[in-house]
Design a protein around this ligand. Sequence first.
Ligand code: FUL
Length: 683
Amino acid sequence: MFRKLLILLLIIACNSPKAPEPVLPIPSERQLAWHKMEYYGFVHFNMNTFSDMEWGMGDEDPSNFNPTELDTRQWAKVAKEAGMKGLIITAKHHDGFCLWPSEYTEHSVKNSPWKNGQGDLIQELAESCKAEGIGFGIYYSPWDRNHGGYGTDTYIAYMKNQLTELLSNYGEVFEVWFDGANGGTGYYGGANEDRKVDKRSYYEWENVYKLVRELQPNAVIFGDAGPDVRWVGNEHGYAYETTWSNLLRDSVYAGMPEYAEMYSSGQENGSHWVPAEADVSIRPGWYYHAYEDHKVKSLPQLLDIYYRSIGQNSALLINFPVDRRGLVHEKDVEQIMKLSTKIKEDFENDLIHNAKLVASNERGKGYGADKVLDNEWETYWATEDGVVNSSIEITYPQKIRFNRFLIQEFIALGQRVKSFSLEIQTDEGWQEIHQGTTIGAKRILRLDDHYTDKIRLNILDAKASPAISKVGVFDAPKLLVQPVIHRDKEGMVSMEIPESGVDIYYTLDGTIPSKSNGEQYTAPFILKNAGKITAISIDQNSDNSSEALTQNFDIAKSNWRVIHDDPNSKNIIDANPNTNWTNPKDEVIIDLGELVHINGFEYLPPQGRYFSGLVFKYRFSGSADGKNWRDLAVGEFSNIHNNPIKQEIRFGNTQTRYIRLTSLETWDGKPTQYAEIGVITQE
Ligand code: FUL
């Protein structure tokens, strides 16, 4: 009996083809485990949170670190609910302040009022991540603007000691994140000077990596040059149309100036497996600043990031700038949850399961087209050796509608595909709807709606026979967000939505638009007078719609003129919030072109990430002839620095042709800046 079974097994084994040969480089076990995480969170929280900085100098007083409601469990819960598989914490940023009571420095939580110096934030977060069942990672800045020995051997010993603490005392770590930004001015124990280091050799990276491997053998090490995971080369969260996990690793070092341009998308002939990780903050800054509360990324922005990172062969690391309370801010929570809901919706129903699959070539038993159907990483469709040009035909009993197509390579055998295309069958025959280059761990195509009963994925070029572990077909519901309404200086109104297959309807009487009420927006139109526009997005294929948005507009600024020689002064009446003007003087006069009844004025401060010269104390005056002035309002924009949104000041109705805004004091004493100035004519 046993002999018979053995013979049978032998026959089966002889008939099953061998797996394709790997194409080097290939991922290590730890890298493969990391690839499966795909999406995880970053937390930037330490001294900068309290000094309101992005890069502290290193001379900050530990007594400033004092969160009032710190709750690392809330962070971990948010990450978990958002679908993230782990959290990485800035244990020490460039300013050198340590979130754990390190034995090797006084510059840490142990000298802060938080928990009377008895707290250990790293411990708390490690426990919270464990309790929520997500991974725990450490960001450690090699650059240290506090340490007196930075630039010498003493600091390298310090760094190793600290890493030993971090990687020995807090359980399993999934990723160790080494920042490429390093070397420059700093406090350095009181020296207050500029210290440059040789980024290639100073940190003794080989020894540091050895230490990490010893203490955390399963952790991947992140750096510009890997060794395990590399930076994607920008802080917008985008990978590239062509993204190789292969990297010419020996040509790269952390912080090299030409990295982003030359290396960040990987190389087809890269020598080592060093996949990309796209890092991006949910707000403009990495650290919390109250003045960015109104700049949390919107769902369309976050969704775009998701598709351009995870959908382009990269992991995604989204940062939460935890606030001074010690909590992920409610606005950030709201947005990240919107993203996770949308992702779930988009990939809820994989239409591949209703199809019949036929491959143009199969390696044999165990490597058939059906292997792309299961959700197993380890099974895959592969062609015979030497057969590169190949395809899978996906046939449905009747026409389906789809707009997303997902492909995954079996990366354990290396990244193989160099180019592919997607076709659908139409009444006129096959029609190509997409051409792509790399696939890698995951590739997701965002497409217009297509109706067909046959889809064909063609592998056009590859390094060897392709090995595809998953293909997915989805009909993602439309992203129904409120239209963005813009009106220019001349009063020309335009509206935008991020997705095709969705229409915009609007009204001018304040009623809620629908397919039967109001107008469909098809082209820009003129609205010179003051008025309100209410707009909504409606799915063409259903009656699903976004919430309605009502936006008030005052009179168009078409006849206005800034009385100033500087050509940039016109930026403040161009109806574009992204153009500014810095006024060398304290006051600015605008000619409205005719006598106008006004009830108030508006000031929009600059909207860029770094701003100065925000008007704090103001005087606003009006004049019929530009000579005799009357003050209409004097006051202050109390919270403008924290919340630099449009300021609206009302006063009694008055008729004026010229308006003058005098900046009695700017927030930081710098010359006054404006994005826009406007008037309020409506009651
Ligand atoms: C950069 C740092 O300089 C930023 O402050 C932030 O930590 C970001 C994730 O990496 O290189």
